[in-house]
Write a protein that binds this ligand. Sequence first.
Ligand code: SF4
Length: 336
Amino acid sequence: MIKITPIQEAYKKKIERQEKLKGLKFKCHGSCAYTGEDISPGCYGCFYSDAYHRGFLLGRDVGLPNVCNRDCVYCFEPHIVRQDYMPPEEFSLGGEWQRTIQDYLAEEKQMITTGSKMQYYEFTGVCEPLFYISILEEFMRFFRNVVDQFMGTKGWAKVYTNGTLLNLDNILRLKDSGFDEVRVHLGATNFSDTVYDNLRLAVKHIPTVTVETPSWPPHRGKLFEMLPIIHNIGVKHLDICQVEIVSKAQLSRIEKALGNIELYQAFYPVMDDGGLVEDIMREVLDRRYTYSVLDCNGFVKQSRSALSTHSYWSVLNRKYPPEWEQHRYKRKLRTK
Ligand code: SF4
């Protein structure tokens, strides 16, 4: 059964849980709730409007099918499930695509008043992005050789993966392409040993390795088992996302799997996790694990979507906090 909770009740419950959690920190006027030193720089772009986001849904955005080797109950949309998919070898983004992006960037740059925005290149999708690794390489050649130069700053590039194909060969290809961050969705494999092994390899080569996995109540036990393991591996950040509902098919699957679900409105309809995120954060603080934990809840989505419009909200969140500014200036390219 689906229960829709009024936002007054849902927000009150969320705020009460947050208030009980000593050590919880906030940025972005409360939208960014986290523990630890700082969240991943790959997340900054969701909170402040001096960020310039270029997100690509691999598969759909490049005209290829959405193919994944997993079939998570909470996956956003239906997709083709294949274990051994290879995109057509002759497929390439092509010069026309690159020219279109360049023209678009030229237009956008006219509108950038500061002239020194930090860019984020993000690759995700209702697919396993590493099936498209040669396309990722092509994207990154273009972003590093053309877009970075054009913008004057080395953009932060991150890719999401369920970790099954994160073998040494692919890790080195991501590294050589200039990726700053890999985000691994451990829940997709029910926290498999193979993916933990892949994480161990990835931390040796990729500058920032983050675990990003949902606060899916059936994963509670596995999530708690994961906490010391990723600490020992050397993962820098843990991003726990609340399950957001984006399609009817997804909602039906979740209802079938869980029986009862409680939703509330925070940009998307968001599934209440019963306090799982705060429980995880408390455990991480108590055990002094070194990675940060971000509560990537509906308020984050709200913040990010507001930034993509020229709303008053984006005026409120126009400037990075000083510690984030520093990060950006370190990535400025030398200009002749
Ligand atoms: S790994 Fe990601 S894309 Fe694949 S089924 Fe799970 S949620 Fe969907």
